[in-house]
Design a protein around this ligand. Structure first.
Ligand SMILES: Cc1ncc(COP(=O)(O)O)c(C=O)c1O
Length: 385
């Protein structure tokens, strides 16, 4: 059976051009970028070349980019640094209620250490209202966390507006751009944020490479201590292969951004148009809001999203539900609940995220499979009654 991957928000396949950049460093060449000899210098050059590419993707200066092992690590680093600096004088934090778990969990740890936290609920269209963030700010607020693109719904958040509010209030802003970078234009200067995080594997780079961009002068205390790599911001011998792949992926994401958005937006629109026409009870989420071009999130009334996802997988199509699956129990997506959807709506939702390998024929074949499996589940529900 030919399998079709439609879950590019979870991770993307490695771009062959990124693999090519990685191969010399995986094939036995010694690569400690801190060594003074020629082997070390070659590794250093590869790391710095990649840093320049990641900086170019963000409209930033290379010196402002710190490599990490993941987007998760970069988010955690900012929040841990905040806690470390505050010491025994915790302050107040604001975050959108549907931030990624790497932000939510790191904030919850600070909360356990005495910080007060305001979680701002997004509107039902999957977008946070800047006025709601403004209302949450207090004189003792130290940081606001607002992601660039929501990973489940695909909705883009009003980061520019919220950054302006933060600046006016003297509050720092962490923008988790793991789902947005490489998919929508990012200019850190225009966004006006203080910290921005991303990971390579969301745009055809390797797993194991992420980055934290920091505005020059932004406060930071390293969590990882040791050899002083990454200008002392993140000790540990650099993963040269992964970083080289990250750099190549960033380069091609920047050069091909418009073309990818246009192509995947057309695929997504074809999918949504035909889905609406063919299947009863479909509601597509975030339609009125600015969205990632390749992401479609929708509910099919009366159909369990998890059951549908499993049936589609057996039929050869990899998609995702927003459900968190912990110890065998499938829970309704916290993201959807935060945006005001009912538990039933959350349980009947599915996310499809298109990518480089997908084409019109795959979309059409997927739609046929989707209709067939929805019919089977609805039939089973009627029989079971
Ligand atoms: C919005 C968002 N932030 C952070 C992450 C974590 O990134 P990583 O997988 O690089 O740790 C993800 C990954 O799913 C994400 O979607």
């Amino acid at each position: 059976m030919r399998r079709v991957y439609l879950d590019h928000n979870a991770t993307t396949p490695l771009d062959p051009r990124a693999l090519e950049a990685m191969l010399p460093w995986l094939a036995g060449r010694p690569a400690n970028a801190s060594s003074a000899h020629s082997f070390g210098q070659a590794a250093r050059a590869a790391v710095e070349e990649a840093r320049a590419e990641v900086a170019a993707l963000l409209g930033a200066r290379p010196i402002e980019v710190t490599f990490t092992a993941s987007g998760t690590e970069a988010n955690n680093a900012v929040l841990a640094a905040l806690g470390e600096r505050a010491g025994s004088s915790p302050g107040h934090l604001v975050l959108s209620a549907f931030e990624h778990s790497s932000v939510r969990a790191a904030v919850a740890r600070l909360e356990g250490r005495g910080w007060t936290v305001t979680r701002v609920s997004p509107e039902r269209d999957g977008v946070v209202a800047p006025a709601a963030v403004e209302a949450a700010l207090r004189p003792e607020t130290r940081l606001v966390c607002l992601m660039l693109a929501q990973n489940e719904l695909g909705t883009l958040q009003p980061v520019v507006e919220v950054a302006a509010l933060c600046r006016a209030g003297g509050v720092a802003l962490l923008c988790d751009a793991a789902q947005g970078a490489g998919k929508v234009p990012v200019e850190v200067g225009a966004l006006g944020v203080d910290y921005l995080t991303l990971g390579a594997h969301k745009f055809y780079g390797p797993v194991g490479a992420g980055a934290l961009w920091m505005r020059s002068g932004a406060l930071f205390t390293a969590a990882m201590l040791g050899g002083g790599q990454e200008r002392g911001r993140r000790s540990g011998t650099e993963n040269v292969a992964a970083i080289a792949g990250f750099g190549a992926a960033a380069r091609w994401a920047r050069l091909e951004l418009d073309e990818r958005r246009a192509r995947l937006g057309a695929l997504r629109d074809r999918f949504e148009g035909r889905l609406r026409a063919a299947t009863a009870g479909v509601s597509i989420h975030g339609v009125g809001a600015p969205r990632l071009a390749h992401t479609s999130h929708f509910a099919i009334a009366g159909v369990d999203g998890h059951d549908l996802m499993i049936r589609l997988d057996l039929a050869g199509y990899a998609v995702s539900t927003g459900s968190a699956c912990a110890s065998g129990a499938v829970e309704p997506s916290p993201t959807m609940r935060a945006a005001g959807y009912s538990a039933d709506e959350a349980a009947s939702s599915l996310r499809v995220s298109f990518g480089a390998g997908n084409d019109d024929d795959q979309v059409d074949a997927f739609l046929a499979a989707l209709e067939r499996e929805v019919g089977a589940l609805r039939g089973a529900a009627v029989v079971g009654r």
